[in-house]
Design a protein around this ligand. Structure first.
Ligand code: LLP
Length: 428
């Protein structure tokens, strides 16, 4: 479930009217629901309660300090991919001892910073990187806890830009080479072989690629436990969420009715399919969900500026675009579009486009959406993950503000940028 719904004819986030927020704070505006973040975290955590596990939220999905603080308070660990993300986690009160550090291109500064902060594990993506970490750790007189990321060569059946577990992807070490990598690393100084990691891709809507990957990697993890006494296996993130019919998916009955194949992959389906392979390992199982926790917890609110009727199309021009939510342009991502005032039933086939000087600047093309007119606010649903974190100031548009709602309280999680912010640090 999530916490966006119409109430008295107006879209609400928990108890707060989105139109009120848009009028008060302006648009474009990201609005997040604390309740949805908590619900998603709790539900996934509970689905794995029968085994030793930890949820390490993938910070890249939504790294706002208020969001990280909320999750840190719930006991979440964090999956980070840069020194900057580690800085955010620490600033938000998160524990570096519950952080794993992934990514193919870690710099010396980032490795030093992570080691000095007492990171739980650096997830290493090449043997060259292991050698380098060993050198850095030796110089600092520290022991670097590491895990190799194995590339299981499994097809995640998702968009090619967010598929990571095939051998043609840059991520991890090929399954065929992984035992040798551990063997060589076990002879390097100042390294502790602490675990094994994998992540096959993002927005997976079926459980079968997860099962295939876990079944392939579990025997390897058992072998590594015997040989090197590793303590954890991270199975990465990737659980897909609902983008179509996103608003409808807010009700609990919608989630629990599993008769329809278009329903999302639930945490319970996910856990029950893989726990049989994971449980017997006796390892700590790390989960790295990003989108599952943040995706349906946020919307992007934008205002319709103009309607332009061409010979072949109707364009609804809004005050946000690919610079604030790039998923439609980059991954052909679908975000449900709903007017903030409950629609009357009229539907138009339109392109909803932004102000950016690019033809790729659209939220939808030739899509039937509930009718809305200039001056009205609309919401792009399921924009809580990979939304604001991927926003840019292209065309020198200031970044939107972010609001975190909790019950009947709303707080600014990030102020809207000003023109002055745009030129901060520049000379001229
Ligand atoms: N762990 C690792 C090592 C990852 O690379 C990722 C995502 C995650 C966990 C979290 O995956 P999630 O649970 O969110 O699927 N910008 C794209 C998604 C990129 C995902 C990158 N890695 C999008 O908007 O669809």
């Amino acid at each position: 479930m999530h916490s966006f719904h119409y109430s008295n004819g107006s879209l609400h986030c928990e108890d707060i009217s989105i139109a009120d927020l848009a009028n008060q704070y302006g648009t474009p505006l990201y609005v997040y629901s604390s309740e949805t973040f908590r619900d998603r975290y709790t539900r996934l955590d509970a689905a794995f309660s029968s085994i030793n596990h930890e949820v390490a939220y993938a910070v890249k999905a939504n790294s706002n300090l208020s969001v990280l603080r909320l999750l840190a308070k719930m006991g979440s660990g964090f999956d980070i991919v840069s020194g900057g993300e580690l800085f955010r986690v620490i600033k938000a009160g998160g524990d570096p001892g519950k952080c794993t550090f992934a990514g193919v291109g870690k710099t010396r500064d980032e490795i030093e910073y992570a080691l000095k902060q007492g990171i739980y594990s650096i997830n290493v993506e090449s043997e060259e990187e292991a050698l380098f970490i060993s050198q850095v750790a030796s110089e600092l007189n520290l022991v670097a806890p590491i895990a190799f990321r194995v590339n299981p060569n499994v097809d995640a059946k998702t968009h090619k830009y967010i598929s990571t577990g095939k051998s043609e992807n840059k991520f991890g070490i090929d399954f065929e080479f992984i035992l040798d990598a551990y063997e060589r690393a076990s002879n390097l100084p100042n390294l502790k072989l602490k675990g094994l990691q994998m992540h096959i891709g993002s927005q997976l809507t079926s459980v079968s690629p997860f099962v295939e990957a876990v079944e392939k990697v579990a025997p390897l993890a058992a072998d590594l436990k015997d040989k090197y006494d590793i303590e954890f296996l991270s199975i990465g993130g990737g659980i897909g969420i609902v983008y179509e019919e996103a608003l409808a998916s807010g009700s609990e009955s919608w989630w629990t009715d599993q008769s329809d194949e278009t329903r999302p992959l639930t945490p319970e389906q996910y856990s029950s399919a893989i726990i049989p392979s994971l449980g017997p390992l006796g390892l700590k199982i790390l989960l790295e969900p990003g989108r599952f926790i943040a995706g349906n917890a946020g919307v992007l609110v934008t205002k319709c500026l103009y309607e332009k009727k061409g010979t072949t199309k109707t364009f609804k021009i809004v005050d946000s675009g690919m610079h604030h939510l790039i998923r439609p342009a980059l991954y052909e991502g679908f975000h449900e579009i709903v007017p903030v005032t409950e629609p009357t039933g009229a539907i138009d086939a339109v392109d909803v486009v932004g102000p950016i000087c690019e033809s790729g600047d659209f939220f939808c093309q030739n899509r039937e959406v509930p009718n809305f007119v200039p001056g009205e606010f609309i919401a792009l649903m399921s924009a809580g993950a990979y939304g604001m974190v991927m926003a840019t100031t292209y065309n020198s548009h200031p970044l939107p503000a972010e609001i975190l709602v909790d019950g009947n309280q709303a707080k600014i999680a990030r102020k809207r940028q000003t023109f002055q912010d745009l030129v901060e640090g520049e000379e001229g």
